[in-house]
Design a protein around this ligand. Structure first.
Ligand code: KG4
Ligand code: ZN
Length: 396
């Protein structure tokens, strides 16, 4: 970037407020709350969905999704059984500008009426993240609006709020293709990790086992359909981290065992029963760890705060949702989950996460980096990395 280009659009204040509830409007230079809505353009390019959305956050905390445009690259990657980073990045380059224009059009919002531009800055496939973040920086610079560099996982964390009032604090189960963790979410940017996967994410297990069963990547939704009416008890599958206390997850043993079993099946009934067993095993593990996390959460928060949120692509799974709702009922927690369209990657959640930060007076410099790894609870990830830290630090 040209060093003569002014880098600071607004002062970046990267602190978080523990007792925050994003019910104030924009803040003025002196920190006073301005009672006006914030309209934010969100950009998402961290994996295989290119997305742009416009969201309005009202001073009272009300949220309105004015538009949400998503282009899924599923077909581009399907022949390879997984996301190919170079194909993803190229597809984001080709689509992002069109989608952003479409999102603004559908929202009926002019560029001048925006209060800021928010983009996923990580974690994710760094080539794709760079495309969306660079686009957002250029838009912010050209329009003279603040940039918010959003953690993709913070987007998932607020996604339930797109459709339903979900005040902080809440217990979050974040289950997607790349992430699987339990977090005590106390406010914007303030969360404590209670558990995390020690190997694969739940969505990855759905995808890899589904592909072994002959389904097309990403295979989670197809595996759910295949499992309908299947007998989940016919194929016993390994139980992960047996006898170990705590809220961590492991899916690699299950993935390997089920993928091997899948090779030896002959009939559609066999495949249906294995799909049902896999779905039940994944949901079972998620539910037992969530129950333990609820006990930890209940120790730190009052009875009035017992709220549970499930988010991320795997939260679209009906079997899982039903079991989590039952758990909430037995443990005295309220249940919230985003509508299906906001479970998988989308830009509305990024726009909302950005708006919540803007409402606190938080924004980022134009040299904000794209971060392939960016844990939500950085202190916990550094102290007890569930993945071995790589060259770029602990994984999310
Ligand atoms: O949140 P997301 O769109 O992307 C990541 O950030 O990873 O999640 C995608 C993941 C994929 O693994 C996909 O197979 C899984 O969510 N998924 C499902 C279902 N719908 C999407 N897994 C199980 N059942 C579903 N209905
Ligand atoms: Zn995601």
């Amino acid at each position: 970037m040209d060093p003569r280009v002014p880098m600071r659009i607004t002062g970046a204040v990267m602190t978080a407020h523990l007792d925050h509830s994003p019910r104030t409007g924009a803040r003025g230079e002196d920190g006073d709350s301005l009672p006006r809505p914030l309209t934010v353009l969100g950009i998402e390019t961290s994996c295989d969905e290119t997305a742009a959305a416009v969201v309005r956050l009202d001073p009272g905390g009300g949220v309105k999704v004015l538009s949400s445009a998503v282009r899924t690259q599923g077909e581009d990657h399907a022949p390879f059984g997984g996301v190919v980073p170079e194909i993803a990045a190229r597809a984001h380059v080709e689509t992002i500008e069109i989608l952003a224009a479409q999102a603004l059009d559908e929202a009926g919002v002019t560029r001048a009426a925006l209060d800021g531009v928010a983009a996923t800055a990580g974690p994710g496939l760094v080539g794709g993240v760079m495309v969306g973040l660079a686009f957002a920086k250029a838009a912010a610079l050209a329009l003279g609006k603040p940039l918010v560099a959003v953690n993709h996982l913070e987007g998932h964390a607020v996604s339930a709020r797109l459709a339903q009032d979900t005040p902080y604090p809440f217990l979050l189960l974040l289950v997607s293709g790349g992430h699987c963790q339990l977090l005590d979410v106390r406010g914007v940017g303030v969360r404590r990790r209670l558990g995390s996967t020690v190997d694969d994410a739940a969505g990855e297990a759905f995808d890899k086992i589904g592909v072994a069963l002959g389904l097309t990547y990403p295979a989670g939704p197809a595996l759910e359909r295949l499992a309908e009416g299947g007998d989940p008890r016919r194929f016993p599958l390994p139980v992960a981290l047996k006898g170990r206390a705590g809220c961590d997850f492991s899916f690699s043993g299950l993935k390997t065992a089920a993928a091997r079993l899948a090779q030896s099946l002959h009939t559609d009934d066999d495949r249906r029963d294995l799909a049902a067993a896999v779905q039940a095993a994944i949901a079972g593990q998620l539910v037992t760890r969530t129950a333990r996390a609820m006990a930890l959460f209940a120790k730190d928060h009052g009875p009035g705060d017992r709220r549970f949120v499930v988010a991320g692509g795997v939260a679209a799974n009906t079997h899982l949702r039903t079991r989590l709702m039952d758990l909430c009922q037995s443990e005295g927690f309220s249940f919230a989950a985003p509508p299906l369209a906001f479970c998988t990657d989308n830009a509305a959640m990024i726009a909302l996460a950005g708006a919540e930060r803007l409402a606190l007076g938080l924004s980022d410099d134009l040299d904000a980096p794209a971060r392939p790894r960016w844990p939500l609870d950085e202190a916990a990830a550094a102290a007890t990395p569930t993945h071995r830290p790589g060259r770029k630090g602990a994984k999310a």
